[in-house]
Design a binder for this molecule. Sequence first.
Ligand SMILES: Cc1cc2nc3c(=O)[nH]c(=O)nc-3n(C[C@H](O)[C@H](O)[C@H](O)COP(=O)(O)OP(=O)(O)OC[C@H]3O[C@@H](n4cnc5c(N)ncnc54)[C@H](O)[C@@H]3O)c2cc1C
Length: 408
Amino acid sequence: MTMKPGERVAIVGCGPVGTVLALALYKNGIPVTIFEQEPGTVKDQRAATLHLTTVEFLDDLGVFEDFIDLGMKAPLYQFGDRQTGKAVAEFDHGVLADEVRFPYAFQYEQYKLVDSIVAHIGDTTDVEYRFSCKVTGVDQTAAAARVTFENQDGETESMDCVYVVACDGARSTVRDLAGIEFEGFTWPERFVKIATTFDFYAAERGYCTRNFLSDPDEWCNLFHVPGENGERIWRTVFPVKTGETDEYVLSEEGVQARLQRFFPKEGEYPIAYKGLYPVHQRVAKSFNAGRVLLAGDASHANNPIGGLGMNGGIHDAVNLAGKLHAILNKDEDTALLDRYSRQRRKAQIDGVQAQSMANKKLMEAREPKERARQLDEIRHTAEDLELHKAYLRKSSMILGLQAAESVQ
Ligand SMILES: Cc1cc2nc3c(=O)[nH]c(=O)nc-3n(C[C@H](O)[C@H](O)[C@H](O)COP(=O)(O)OP(=O)(O)OC[C@H]3O[C@@H](n4cnc5c(N)ncnc54)[C@H](O)[C@@H]3O)c2cc1C
């Protein structure tokens, strides 16, 4: 690569979306600098599910084979009724085997994905990491952009670049600096995640790798994830009830009480980690403003039921890398970036936002008749092969990508 420093793309945020974007640009011969405020990659225990569409992209980028043996293939997922303890509907990605390359979701924690990508890129001056560097300013002219940041010594520095991509998460500084509105709302309740080494297969409730258990009082999502040093982990996610304080929810007493309510057992649960999260449904008004571009949580945030947030962000990154390649390497028109915004906003609004809100509604439905109707509907969907396939095309984000592709 022969580009000068000012011809690099600046990526703000070394999370899953920033690193996938860096890899995709690097593979297209575009040098990048990634700014990350933390001293290294972050051990973020949020996402763990990669949908089959995302696995295909990661395979196209040549990185999936690096970790295929380290994660867990999850062909099945289940909707259940926590009140009766019974499964209501089970979906099998295997029914899509003749139309997709990877007929399963893949369980691999997001921090491992980030580290796998950084290792895959290896040591090259074309991907520069600026850790402990917090971006505080972004300026642009028609010809260039400039990123200002506080460096590891607390000094203010700046770097010129061709484009700045905000991959700096839902509270994006870059989005705010560009004056782009983050439209939508924040749910009143927060979600708590509690991970345990207790093996929920021992509960003998017929759980599979990914389980979504509806309950008007306290729904639960339950996932099996690879964990560390060969020790498998089960993650649970619950809504926080009105009146519960953060301190209580995350206290040993609060955590144990929640798991014991879910599956009463003798002795305490061994806790691996826990976290409390605000929950949003928001989409940026635009994903581009001149030379400033948004991707991942910086451009959209959704409740995590269904595991769509990071996946959608990776889809943004792949789409955007293709457009920057066309503009920077093939002299195509920068109007492509308006199309990026239109395409990915549609995938978000009609796909991820709608789907994640429908998932939440199914988990928490309170009115008995409406709850029974929703559970009957999902049961019927799973039992009918064509509806089953159609549902999986939606939940694994095939339809969202197709809808985005059709946007000019
Ligand atoms: C409980 C839970 C479970 C989830 N499970 C799933 C799942 O299974 N599948 C799924 O698809 N999604 C899931 N998500 C959502 C997923 O975690 C996010 O969508 C994903 O982390 C977004 O990635 P990102 O790279 O856009 O942003 P982030 O992961 O938030 O990374 C942003 C990075 O930018 C850095 N940064 C921020 N500001 C600055 C600055 N000014 N200068 C420099 N660096 C900065 C941060 O330190 C951070 O490293 C889940 C979320 C929750 C809460």
